[in-house]
Write a protein that binds this ligand. Sequence first.
Ligand SMILES: O=C(O)CCC(=O)C(=O)O
Length: 279
Amino acid sequence: MISAEEQSRYTENGYVVVKQLFTADEVARYTDHFMRLRAAGSYPGDDAGIDSAATDPLKRYPRMIHMHRWDELSLHWMLDPRINEILIGLLGREPYAVQTMLYFKPPGARGQALHQDNYYLRVQPGTCMAAWLALDPCDEHNGCIKVLPGSHTWPILCTTKANTAESFTDVTVPLPEQMDVLPVVMEAGDVLFFNGSLVHGSYPNTTTDRFRRALIGHYIEGAAEKVAHWYRPVLQMDGTPLVLEQSADGARCGVWVEKDGTPMIDVQGYEVVDPAAHD
Ligand SMILES: O=C(O)CCC(=O)C(=O)O
């Protein structure tokens, strides 16, 4: 159960870390499982295939996507009652499950530029949520998540080009200079829950010897009627598929303007997103 204190931290900041939601044995089992799968070959959803001779560590260990569609353990994890219970506490009702991902982030790997998950999922009405399970202890050095607390109340921002020397994704959201992101330092077994409008990303892994693996589930509010094509079929938390409409391939987005010396977001743009683009 989520405590009143965790609930209020989530309401204020748009994210909350639930400590030790998964045991050390479970973490070891998941880590071993996904490392074996990665070593065994390629899977649907691997962004650019796997290249074991590549100098880019992310080509040797590309992230896995939508494993729940072909891997029983991933499906079980995505629908785990502990995650469901916390999401019910945060959202007020049972969510739908839409995506799994496994990031290996080996030593030397680039991070992911700042973004908002709702830019990709385009849930209507409501928001998406992420459950991000740390499979390794993580900090700024091996590439933990970074967040901008409170940004979950913002509209979706229009994107700009990202620095692809630091990020494996090529779009990002601009932030006024005075706004600082915070690292989310976690132990293996902790789960970070965050709102789909929260501005977040991750640091590069600058270590030479520490992976930063994470198992991620994306969920949408149980009142949602539409979601971007990539995330369908949607699953109810008992595993039953549900047909939701596809949301439009574009959405209104905001740009920063200054009013009386204070940066504010003015929703004046519209951005079309490739139906195959995903978080
Ligand atoms: O794990 C990461 O490095 C980034 C994950 C992320 O941005 C997400 O799950 O939305």
